[in-house]
Ligand binder design. Structure first.
Ligand code: CO8
Length: 260
């Protein structure tokens, strides 16, 4: 990990898991440009570290994140927004290949909901509230909400959420397919850590390949997706981890993966 001091996030490492805590609780972790920059700055170098197996992103106080920072955006002009390609930096976060787990308690609204959807798994406390209320501000979701929410929950429910601005509680979000699991709030950190450790203990090349293959399902047709999956499956047989995983199974012992 780098030694940089961050103002808007906290970064902690526990063995192979790195947790980033959004740390602007006074403004419900509103996603400022500074926060976006710090998050990417912290995680990008770790993404290439074979010693890191998963990332967790979580909130603090009453929120995961209540959206993009409205105060920062409010007076900007269209020309400025376009010239800065405002929030294009979030694509760098979404492009991180190490599995990302959103651990959500409280508000995940607007950009907060979009940040959760940029992650590979969403684990929600029963206090979580999801929504895309941008229409109430006279705008629309701008960091993937119209695209990712529609793919995750279908057009009917995405239209309902995005056009009315209504929120979903954790139970509805889980039923709709936005959330991977829901847990009581006091178990959120523990449950998230358990999932993060489990993923991080697997062969990293296999995990990266699996993640990429699932993502491909969201972006391509079935025929191309199946071919991609099969080719990646074949390629994994070049790895020592494949030999070790299958040998360990046959010897009825736990595998020792090296990421090679
Ligand atoms: N930005 C900035 N400050 C915020 C935000 C935000 N998104 N959300 C909350 N805050 C601040 C409040 O202003 C308040 O500050 P202060 O104490 O100084 O007045 C503090 O956080 C606490 O909030 P509230 O007093 O409002 O707390 P409540 O419990 O009364 O209400 C809510 C909680 C319902 C979550 C309410 O704060 C709320 O509605 N927040 C805004 C939610 C929202 O609209 N989010 C969408 C933002 S737009 C967006 O995300 C678009 C992303 C795409 C941009 C891409 C551009 C290309």
């Amino acid at each position: 990990m780098n030694d940089r001091q961050y103002r808007t996030i906290r970064v902690d490492r526990d063995d192979r898991v790195v947790t980033v805590t959004l740390d602007r609780p006074a403004v419900l972790n509103a996603l400022s440009s500074e926060l976006m920059g710090e998050l990417v700055d912290a995680l990008q170098p770790l993404d290439r570290d074979p010693g890191i197996g998963s990332f967790v992103v979580t909130g603090s106080g009453r929120a995961f994140a209540a959206g993009a920072d409205i105060t920062e955006m409010a007076s900007r002009t269209a020309v400025e927004m376009a010239a800065d390609d405002y929030f294009a930096g979030w694509e760098a976060f979404a492009a991180l290949r190490t599995p990302k787990i959103a651990s959500v308690a409280g508000y995940a609204l607007g950009g907060g909901c979009e940040l959760a959807m940029m992650c590979d798994l969403v684990i929600a406390a029963d206090t979580a509230v999801f929504g895309q209320p941008e229409v109430r501000l006279g705008v629309i979701p701008g960091i993937g909400g119209t695209q990712r929410l529609t793919r995750l929950v279908g057009a009917a429910r995405a239209m309902d959420m995005i056009l009315t601005g209504r929120t979903m509680d954790a139970a509805e979000a889980e039923r709709a397919g936005l959330v991977s699991r829901t847990v009581p709030a006091d178990r959120l950190a523990e449950e998230t850590a358990e999932v993060a450790r489990t993923i991080a203990a697997h062969s990293k090349p296999a995990v990266l390949a699996a993640r990429e293959a699932v993502q491909r399902a969201l972006e391509t047709g079935l025929r191309d997706g199946l071919l991609f999956e099969r080719r990646v499956f074949h390629a994994l047989f070049a790895n020592r981890d494949q030999k070790e995983g299958m040998q360990a199974f046959m010897e009825k012992r736990d595998p020792v993966f090296t990421g090679r």
